[in-house]
Write a protein that binds this ligand. Structure first.
Ligand code: 13P
Ligand code: SF4
Length: 308
């Protein structure tokens, strides 16, 4: 970890190079706080995809994991997209392959395939429409098909299904190792430790955990809920970066991480040093073939067209 003087030198150099190269830095809320604080654009998966499109900068440094950087590239093929830590993946995205989707389609020919953006470009390419945790209910609700194949997150799928009882869901068996690991016992213990605090969790948590929460929402929706609420104390069941951010920007409120194990190692790979190295051109750009971009773009574009 850099000390404060080193951190300032690093941040100054990042800002200088960013201006010189006319680059845009994007960071997901699960990034280390010091990385979030040097970003021009921050947000959850959906916001980052939307906001990247609004910028005319040609160089995007994406602080997050590979499926997110791929989405930015797919929606902005003219931009050079750099992922400072190219090995930062997503264990949930790796749980489903394009071949799995093709097999499910054969089994359920009348179903629409809804693909959570936490998936590879190849998986998106064989899906009908994408969704994120903030728009999944609206996306599925917009479809005419009664049968919905929901990939890869079974917990998000189950959460969406609760709002759309007329649909028939075929849930893939994927899960996020960070959110799925939160238990009902941990929620109860956190409530005992902080009586009076409101509980908010991400829909990637198990349904039994979500059922104990005062509010369930995507990363941005959780942040909004906490910041707009009159309550002063919260138990937050998601990745630690969100709690660090909430405590940093809301010193008049208290935010407790529901359990200490919600740390996504892949999200934490990116450091100020790796952002600087990316700006210096020391990492390869995110490369997808024109064919991969074309095939994966349609389901993402369909999602973007839904008013969420
Ligand atoms: P959101 O950013 O859509 O809330 O997704 C959570 C997540 O796990 C991202 O990796
Ligand atoms: Fe993937 Fe879960 Fe990490 Fe998000 S928090 S990148 S879904 S493993």
């Amino acid at each position: 970890m850099p000390n404060n003087d080193d951190r300032k030198t690093l941040c100054d150099e990042i800002q200088r190079l960013k201006r010189e190269k006319d680059a845009l830095i994007l960071a997901h809320y699960y990034q280390r706080l010091d990385v979030q604080l040097i970003a021009d654009i921050y947000g959850d998966s959906f916001e980052l995809s939307k906001k990247a499109r609004l910028s005319d900068k040609k160089l995007a440094i994406f602080c997050g994991v590979s499926f997110m950087a791929e989405s930015v590239k797919i929606l902005n093929p003219e931009k050079t997209v750099l992922l400072p830590e190219p090995s930062a993946g997503c264990r949930m995205a790796d749980m489903v392959t394009a071949a799995d989707v093709v097999a499910l389609r054969e089994k359920y020919p009348d179903a629409a395939v809804v693909c959570y953006v936490n998936s590879s470009a190849e998986t998106k390419a064989v899906s009908d429409i994408c969704c994120t945790s903030s728009n999944a209910v609206n996306v599925v609700g917009s479809l005419k098909n009664k049968q919905i194949i929901f990939i890869p997150d079974k917990n998000l799928g189950a959460y969406v299904a609760k709002f759309l009882p007329d649909k028939e869901f075929i849930l893939h068996s994927g899960w996020c190792p960070i959110h799925h690991g939160i238990t009902t016992d941990e929620v109860k213990a956190a409530k005992n430790e902080h009586p009076g605090a409101l509980v908010t969790v991400h829909p990637e948590c198990e349904p039994e955990v979500s059922a104990l929460a005062d509010y369930v929402g995507s990363t941005s929706q959780m942040i909004d809920f906490c910041e707009k609420s009159d309550a002063k104390e919260f138990i937050v069941g998601t990745e630690v970066g969100v709690v660090e951010r909430l405590n940093y920007y809301n010193p008049d409120k208290k935010f407790h991480l529901l359990t200490p194990h919600t740390v996504c190692d892949d999200m934490k790979r990116t450091t100020l040093e790796s952002v600087l190295a990316a700006l210096r051109g020391e990492v390869d750009e995110v490369r997808l073939t024109p064919g991969q971009i074309e095939r994966a773009r349609l389901p993402l574009e369909r999602m973007m067209q839904i008013n969420t």
